[in-house]
Design a protein around this ligand. Structure first.
Ligand code: ZN
Length: 576
């Protein structure tokens, strides 16, 4: 029976209301209605009062109830008609001040990107594009000792960024730029804005806490330059001297007072992975980052608020050199429920062998999300949702999964998979049966797959999911997806005995189970988010999918094909 006119109007009105915070507009509803049902066009005028009446009713219904109704009745339309995300990023501060907006992302290649730093990458990139500006990638690899870069991570980070669709206009690597920092060091020394400190930590600490200068601070420019040359020429050992930038000694934060700009690293012991032992004097984070933001013309720095102290330090550098500090946007911490995004913790655990690699499904790295079948678009939508807000945000996996589901659902082919399978012998099957379920129920144009059930002596064997064992024991009648209803009789020697029900049996409200023909089974292993594995059989047609494609195992969840071997296919589980 075709839907009544009232029902057609109601559908247009509910969908319109959902798009506009629960308030439908009668004019827009009528417009959509006539657009979708051209045959109603001549009746536009007479329809308006009915539309208004229905809209009035809908606008007084809670939005949650409307969404519920729409997802039950018109799920396809609801997802298809969801308007383009019109979410906007708030404007950058002082954007008009600059001719070209220049942003940067500055990863340390001592690890790969994870959900936490995807935010800085995406927002920095997207702001640059929004303003037709420039986006720079800068590898910050000037700590050969504690935050030592690893060669393979430069490339994985590039891959991460490309995957996120954060393409960059320029790339810099700080370990290529040491002469630039050295020049700045000399300028600062000549301006009496820095000094070389020979104090041991135990001498330095009480002085700085007491807001007092160390004896090295006032030695005069020629001595400082001499000491700097000593540093560069290798006449100090690691830890014997440090280059300090002068600040107010009474700065309220002791960590800002006369902060270290350069230190000596024994590169024979810990050579740099790119430049080896060519340099012994290495700029610390605030020196290299501060100099580069100026040198590369960065107009806006987007980063976490944990960098506020760094900004306080760098402001002294900028003041000494008469530079203007970029506009900085500091956002709050991003936490993901049930997941530790601390880089140092992840690195430590990885080194201890707790994880299989940087793409272990338990990790919040982009490599892991990629492997599990998350779409980069989902990560972007999430980061736009979170935006550059200064407050801390905790996101749940439900939230991330919901965003991703909406993106991957329309393109994921459906297959049957029976984990931990049980065999069922169904009597009453007189001849072979071949069925052709669609690859996607809402997209018949994607085609079909073929499952053939062989009959032997009036019965047929098939495989069911072990997780349906209780359902089979409890509810005696079940429907096999796209096939027929069966009556479960008993379990015998671990096998289910069942009989096919007569086609004339009315289709009751019974559980619908997926199944796999034993003659056509494909051994499958699915790696779950906790890195455990579940195995079973999928239909043979799955073999037609390429590595990297995301499929939906019906009644199981979305999975990404990770490896296809002759004896088995391995997938990674995304979410259900
Ligand atoms: Zn000193």
């Amino acid at each position: 029976m075709p839907p009544s006119l009232d029902e057609v109007i109601r559908k247009a009105a509910v969908l319109n209301a959902i798009r506009h915070d629960g308030k439908a507009d009668p004019g827009a509803v009528l417009g959509n209605l006539l657009g979708e049902n051209p045959e109603l066009r001549p009746r536009a005028r007479e329809l308006m009062p009915t539309v208004q009446h229905i809209v009035k009713d809908i606008n007084s219904t809670p939005l949650t109830q409307l969404t519920q109704e729409a997802s039950e009745k018109w799920l396809t339309d609801l997802t298809r008609e969801k308007p383009e995300e019109v979410r906007k990023l708030p404007p950058l501060p002082n954007a008009a001040k600059y001719q070209t907006i220049v942003t940067r992302v500055a990863p340390n290649p001592d690890f790969v990107l994870h959900l936490g730093n995807a935010r800085a990458a995406i927002l920095s990139h997207d702001y640059a594009r929004m303003y037709n500006g420039k986006f720079i990638v800068r590898f910050e690899d000037t700590d050969p000792r504690l935050k030592k870069a690893q060669l393979q991570y430069y490339d994985i980070i590039r891959e991460d960024l490309k995957w996120l669709d954060c393409t960059w206009d320029e790339e810099y690597i700080q370990s290529d730029r040491l002469p630039i920092y050295y020049q700045i060091a000399e300028t600062l020394l000549c301006k009496d804005a820095a000094y070389i400190c020979e104090c041991k930590p135990e001498q330095w600490k009480p002085l700085v806490t007491a807001k007092k200068a160390c004896p090295d601070r006032k030695l005069g420019i020629p001595t400082q330059i001499e000491r700097w040359e000593k540093m560069v020429n290798g006449n100090y050992a690691e830890g014997q001297a440090v280059f300090r930038v002068k600040t107010e000694l009474n700065h309220p934060n002791p960590a800002v007072r006369d902060w270290p700009g350069f230190r000596i690293v024994d590169v024979n012991k810990t050579p740099h992975p790119r430049v080896g032992s060519r340099f012994r004097v290495w700029p610390l984070y605030n020196m290299a980052s501060g100099v580069d933001d100026h040198e590369l013309g960065i107009t806006h720095v987007l980063r976490g608020k944990e960098h506020l102290t760094n900004m306080a330090r760098q402001l002294y550098l900028y003041r000494h050199l008469d530079w203007t500090y970029p506009d900085a946007v500091h956002f709050g911490r991003l936490k993901v429920e049930g997941m530790n995004l601390s880089k140092s913790r992840m690195m430590k655990a990885l080194e201890a062998g707790e994880y299989d690699g940087i793409d272990d499904p338990r990790l919040g790295t982009l490599a892991a999300l990629r492997r599990r079948g998350f779409s980069p678009e989902a990560i972007r939508q999430l980061m736009w949702e979170v935006g550059p807000k200064p407050v801390d945000v905790t996101i749940s996996w439900d939230n991330i999964n919901a965003i991703n589901r909406k993106i991957i659902d329309p393109t994921s082919h459906r297959y049957y998979f029976v984990p931990d399978p049980i065999t069922a012998e169904v009597s009453g099957v007189e001849k072979d049966i071949e069925v052709h379920p669609p690859l996607h129920p809402q997209h018949p144009e994607m085609g079909t797959r073929t499952l053939s059930l062989k009959a032997r002596n009036g019965s047929s064997k098939l495989l069911l999911s072990g997780s349906d064992r209780t359902t089979l024991a409890r509810s005696k009648t079940v429907r096999l997806m796209g096939l027929f209803n069966i009556q479960a009789l008993r379990f015998q020697d671990g096998e289910l005995r069942a009989e096919r029900l007569d086609e004339s049996t009315p289709e009751a409200d019974v559980p619908i189970l997926q199944w796999v023909p034993p003659e056509d089974k494909l051994p499958v292993a699915v790696v779950l988010p906790d890195a455990s594995e579940t195995s079973g059989f999928a239909e043979r047609a799955l073999k037609g999918e390429k590595v990297g494609s995301v499929v939906q195992f019906v009644r199981f969840g979305f999975c990404r094909l990770d490896e296809v071997r002759s004896d088995r296919v391995t997938l990674y589980f995304a979410h259900n």
